[in-house]
Design a binder for this molecule. Structure first.
Ligand code: E4P
Length: 218
């Protein structure tokens, strides 16, 4: 399973890369706005920092504007993936970009029907938002299960990128279901390492050795 970091914060990205667990990055307009920086330069800077795929989203909603922004994003670097909203126009542009060998990430997916359309359009990634579905009383993981099944039924190449992840169990459940990617906030990546028995176990090992009064070499 690939882990992407869902952030535009360069410090978080540097730390995640240092830990060796970051295969790519997803950004969105809200995440870039939080950084108080310019839009395109931020995507460019992240793409320079990260060897893997970096999703940058178009801001335009009209076909010409979307296509123009998609090309400008793709021109930033080879590893930039163009993020498009799930709409008739978004999927039309996704199909056009697929013909041009430009990778796309179709975002704001909330149903298996929408995911099916994105695969038919030739999207590289589909991003179902599990946390936002849970928030409105629907099961995000049930959606992941449906999409994984539908894509397997028809051998679609579109990768299932689980988005809007809120806690480690989202990641574990997505992995059990065979999702290709989880994009996680930095906080969740850090939480994945943690278990109270690991901390307690290490404390006890070190305390037991310290009681001997000996050192590492001794
Ligand atoms: C995905 O690409 C989105 O950036 C993200 O996962 C949205 O998550 P949120 O619901 O926490 O805003």
């Amino acid at each position: 399973m690939k882990f992407f970091l869902d952030t535009a914060d360069l410090d978080e990205i540097r730390t995640g890369l240092d830990w060796g667990m970051v295969d790519g990055i997803t950004t969105n307009p809200s995440l870039i706005a939080q950084q108080g920086k310019s839009y395109l330069p931020t995507v460019r800077e992240i793409a320079r920092l990260v060897p893997g795929p970096v999703s940058g989203e178009v801001l335009a909603t009209d076909p010409e504007g979307m296509l123009d922004e998609a090309h400008r994003l793709a021109d930033l670097a080879d590893n930039v993936v163009v993020k498009l909203p799930l709409s008739p126009v978004g999927l039309k542009i996704a199909a056009q970009l697929a013909d041009e060998d430009i990778e796309t990430n179709v975002t704001l997916c909330f149903s298996a029907a929408q995911a099916l359309l994105a695969a038919k359009a030739g999207a590289t990634y589909i991003s179902p938002f599990v946390g936002r579905l849970d928030d409105v009383g629907q099961s995000g993981m049930e959606l992941i299960e449906q999409i994984v099944t539908v894509y397997e039924n028809y051998d679609y190449d579109t990768e299932v990128l689980v988005a809007s992840v809120r806690h480690p169990m989202h990641v574990v459940e997505a992995a059990i279901l065979g999702a290709d990617v989880a994009t996680v906030p930095f906080k969740v990546l850090a939480q994945l390492y943690k278990h109270p028995l690991t901390d307690a176990g290490l404390d006890r090992f070190l305390a037991d050795w310290q009681k001997t009064g000996r050192s590492f070499d001794d």
